[in-house]
Design a protein around this ligand. Sequence first.
Ligand SMILES: *[C@@H]1O[C@H](CO)[C@@H](O)[C@H](O)[C@H]1NC(C)=O
Length: 337
Amino acid sequence: MCSNVYWLTLFSLTDMAVHLSFLLIFTGLTGIDSITTLRKAAVEPGGSITIPCHYGSQYRNHVKYLCEGNYFSFCSIVVQTNTQHHSSRFAISDNKPQRIFTVIINNLTEMDTGYYWCGVEINGWSDDGNYFHLSVNRGTPSLYVVQQAITVSNGFNITINCHYKNSGEMKWCRLGGACVAGSSGTIDGTRVTINGSSPDVFTVIMSELTTESSGWYLCIKGDLDMPVHLTVTERHASSTTKSPTNSSPTATTPQHRVFILSFAIPLSLLIVIVVVALFMWFIFKRHQRNKAESTTTDHTVDECLTYSDIVIKGNMRQMNEPTDESVIYSTPQTKKD
Ligand SMILES: *[C@@H]1O[C@H](CO)[C@@H](O)[C@H](O)[C@H]1NC(C)=O
């Protein structure tokens, strides 16, 4: 009843601290959903893809990057916005007014298959990110468009052909916004019609476009997504392919980076909780001892001593066990006397 109670309290407190820390690490890595991107894209080898990453307004002036790897904390940065080094295969640009940064990957090979993260650098805390899967394999299910960037004039209609080699439901969605599944619907007031009667292509028609419809959309078929950028211009212009963003693309060579901060903060919190738990335990113990000395009767003190004796006896018994059992029986007899 004496010391064991304090130890139990201490253990349950540290146990709670450990659980709390794991919870913090877990939510720190997965709980934030302020970056939106596609889920999975399948591209043929030799092709290229533009990936849009939509972010919350709180990240407008942060450094953005593309990172490769299964785990965000241990991924390798492929390209990022604040450096001017150039790479032939990767390019990144940040459209701050639209809160979208785009990454272009050229000359895709089967080696590029894997998980990627749209990342935002945050000072003093773990970075924020969301992942997508890129699959580059010849002859496997895929979903593609001939042009990922389309420009159209205000008031006109646009037709997008989404070519597919997989099964599943067909949808047309605004990135991080509304979707149209089935044959027709509206996205932000613009009428959308889907014709899915052909076996290898579904056609999306967006009618009477307004400049508000400019932005990123997704062709969706089954588990695959293909992003398409739409620019609706004010004046009459020819339907030409344009770079989806105004800022010039920058690129870097791959570099490895480990986010120590995402572990350092929960770890330091764990240490603080353990120290507080220990402090509380000492305070509690001292308080209890003072109470025992001043107010309680001798009976309680005896109870403690008796309990300690049993513990010691148990230890002695264990020590004597391998040699001779008769010694163990003699030990309590001497104690009784
Ligand atoms: C859908 O497209 C097919 C050609 O692929 C065409 O024959 C058919 O009329 C279209 N349906 C609608 C409702 O537009």
